[in-house]
Write a protein that binds this ligand. Structure first.
Ligand code: NAP
Length: 243
């Protein structure tokens, strides 16, 4: 059987990296990254050892115009696309809304909402045989993240609404679209947002008493992408330990 090809944005660390490694035995992979060269080299090398044909694509998605470059690079090496994991994303420093700047909000919206919309559009245009898209939202879309990063929560809420509309639009073409809503997951994103202790602080407050792992989210993503979820579209799956 022909191996399916997945495009994963933000595959250089965390949830994207875990998903790439879990998918590698059964898929060919186009792995997107931006700043973390060591991370993507490591993920690509491990994925190749697991049997995947792997290409890596660098694009800074804080400028959504770079989405075109991402797909130009994809098209040079791949002639099919079966699945997209729309995963690249950022938080910013915890701050009340009254302290937000235009630059902060513009960057957040560009990376977490504009770019994923354009990446999904580019992916859908290439899914000639049908396919599946998983958009990575956040439990923040349910909570709003007051005093922390309401702008982040708003982009994830927007991504969920986009996901719903896209699922309806693409269903007749045999493309399923779903979202995953991770809760508190142990990755570097918290330290990047200036809160390296966030997992230790908040993990015990989760009903299940701990933070989740990137692999636990990857399992949910790959289930939604795969044939076992063949009748699942336009849904949001919480992977949040009951939070
Ligand atoms: P992570 O380890 O920090 O990974 C984020 C990824 O996004 C990295 O591969 C990074 O690439 C990429 N990225 C960041 N800025 C970018 C930019 N300007 N252009 C292109 N790519 C960029 O964090 P993670 O926790 O795995 O996050 C993955 C997704 O899960 C995000 O959408 C996040 O919002 C969501 N999420 C995470 C949690 C959590 O608790 N961890 C909870 C809910 C939702 P480079 O490092 O190579 O630049």
């Amino acid at each position: 059987m022909t191996r399916r090809t997945l495009l994963i944005t933000g595959a250089s660390s965390g949830i994207g990296a875990a998903t790439a490694l879990m998918a590698a035995p059964d898929h060919d992979l186009a792995l997107h990254w931006n700043a973390n060269a060591t991370g993507i080299e490591d993920v690509a090398a491990q994925a190749r050892r697991a049997g995947a044909r792997v290409t890596t694509i660098r694009a800074d998605l804080s400028d959504p115009a770079h989405v075109e470059d991402l797909f130009a690079a994809f098209d040079r090496d791949h002639d099919r696309l079966d699945g997209l994991i729309n995963n690249a994303g950022v938080v910013d420093a915890a701050a009340p809304v009254v302290d937000f700047t235009a630059d902060r909000v513009a960057r957040m919206v560009a990376i977490n909402l504009t770019a994923p919309i354009l990446v999904a559009a580019g992916a859908a245009a290439r899914m000639a045989r049908g396919g599946a898209i998983v958009n990575i939202s956040s439990a923040a879309a349910r909570f709003g993240s007051p005093g922390q990063y309401v702008d982040y929560a708003a982009t994830k809420g927007g991504l969920e609404v986009f996901s719903k509309g896209l699922a309806q639009e693409l269903a007749p073409r045999g493309i399923r679209v779903n979202a995953v809503r991770p809760g508190i997951i142990a990755t570097d994103i918290h330290a990047k947002g200036g809160q390296p202790d966030r997992i230790d602080r908040l993990g015990p407050t989760v009903p299940m008493g701990r933070a989740g792992t990137a692999e636990e989210v990857a399992h949910a993503i790959l289930w939604l992408l795969g044939d076992q979820a063949s009748y699942v579209t336009d849904t949001v799956l919480d992977v949040s330990g009951g939070r």
